[in-house]
Write a protein that binds this ligand. Sequence first.
Ligand code: NAP
Length: 671
Amino acid sequence: MLEHYVAGAWRTPADEGVALLDATTGEPVARVSTEPVQAVDALDHARTVGGPALRALTFHERAGVLKRLGTHLLEVKEEFAELSFATGATRTDAVVDVDGGFGTLLAYAARGRRELPEGNVLLDGPVEALSRGGTFVGRHVMTPLLGAAVQVNAYNFPVWGLLEKLAPAFLAGVPSVVKPASRTAYLTEAVVRRIVASGLLPEGSLQLLVGGSRGLVDALGSQDLLGFTGSAATARTLRAHPAVVERSLRFNAEADSLNSAVLGPDAGPGTPEFDLFVREVVRETTAKAGQKCTAVRRAFVPRAHLDAASEALRAALAAVVVGDPRDPATGMGALVSTAQRDDVRAVVARLRAGGTVVSGDPDRDLPGFPRGAFLSPLLLRYDDAGFDAVHDLEPFGPVVGLLPYETAPEVVALMARGQGSLVASVVSHDPSFVREVVLGAAAHHGRLHVLDRDDAGESTGHGAPLPHLVHGGPGRAGGGEELGGMRGVLHHLQRTAVQASPDMLTAITGVYTTGAARVETGVHPFRKAMSELSIGDTVVTAAREVTEADVAHFAAFTGDTFYAHTDPEAAAANPLFGGIVAHGYLVLSLAAGLFVDPAPGPVLANTGLDRLRFTKPVKPGDSIRAVLTCAAKTPRTPEQGEVRWDVQVLDQNDVAVATYELLTMVSARPR
Ligand code: NAP
């Protein structure tokens, strides 16, 4: 009997539940409850224990936990092989679900350390000037929502689905309450057991509810989030749920999708793109026995290539070995259950009304597996691409429709009849065709994959959502966005505009705001290690006159002899300068000469500049000085970290001529 993990303990449901059967043998694997889940207890624990525990950690500490967890799970991944086979997945399918899930934890860990600050507050955008005198400014800050991220997942990715939602929520500081789809909840439960046993996650940051979903959404409050993956029909029910509507709950849906693959007119038989198209469509039809939200359901080819494409796909699909997923020779395993197979057969019966079955037999069972949920891969050919059902019905199994088109605008219009899709592939080596289709279809898609001879060797494929790129799609696909690097984290944070003085904003955000009090301690800040530096530590340099000789020397030395620095007559005619001006890079170099403290010390390297602006031309005779202030500190390793400096280069009238943020690597401790 699968158990809930709630409030730090495993709880056995009171009912008998229903049996979940092995997709191949029909043997029982587990029982799952059908009673309402214990949502109130779990939500209460998440809000009062999990959330505070997560928010006590910084972004970097949370990233560290994810890294340790991902590494641990990869070490024990073989534990999950047998349960993964029970779902009907082959070993290759399991790599996407199991290894892909663990890899997503590691990807989020790495990005979190690299892209998030060391702290709890994320700043969004620059300081906004709101007043003439500079005493009243604004900035957007992002902080974690105080509720729970309730994650309702689909059956087809029991591990990846769990972890691709957990990782961004965890990094954001929001606890997860996971409700896997009942049909494969045994695999999710096994992974959660291993996570709990590892002791790596703070208490309350992950809870599991298995079985019936009644009451789950009613219990949600305005600080909770609801993340859903599953069918468009369930997405519609949840979106219209009174709790979601009345409490303006953040709701993200990843639903079903009639994804396309388009063969370009240039890509006839004999071209590399033709072969790539066939390979991609076959892979997408047979991976996970077609039970992938991203699977290609509609393959569009120029009418001139319809016969050739039909024959090539028929032959390739017929060659796929369907059988026991435990057998390494098997190319395609079983669907999750015989009920799911029967659902697919029922959809295929409706799809056949407008097309003909070119490959596979929808009614044939696999000999030797009387209780197995097997189906042969099916290719349906439509000579009339206008047949409604193929643009409307999702056969969630190994089924693909082949449809002809004549022109790029026509195929764009046909793709749009899916009413919003997760992904489409355009397979062509013709840039003008690809551009027309990509720009025409983009508004209907969350991701577009362009495949040709140049990128095929390294392409990650049509069907693979990546942690770095958004996963989701408009309209029927749910209208949501997951993953996408930090975008997935931001979804769990509230953006708040804070208006205050520069001093107050510095105190609130922990990052120096230009205009706030600077602290001159008498010790050059470049002589301080990370541990000794304070936000606001400043050095104000002496002034230096910029001479004609400086400008001429810099021009000759660097080879930058742009006329504004070397030709008095031409420079005088320049509407912005009216005479010779110093190079911007000379101003930067002179500023560095003014503020650098040269002896070996804790500063290890200059690693870059951000937001550089030359705000006023510097002319020979002007005198400049620099004001350098410690703005933010971000540890990168135990030994060193990044210090961000606010730099203002001022002229003799205290008017800024250049402003920027300087980045340096600095020792963590005094050297
Ligand atoms: P489903 O029947 O819609 O179920 C999805 C999840 O919702 C399950 O956990 C289910 O629980 C739960 N659920 C059902 N009714 C609910 C309700 N009234 N309140 C709260 N939760 C409820 O979908 P599925 O059959 O598992 O998955 C297949 C579908 O998912 C396909 O259509 C596929 O395209 C889509 N999918 C989309 C993506 C994507 O990222 N866009 C990814 C994978 C799959 P029970 O299992 O306990 O009923």
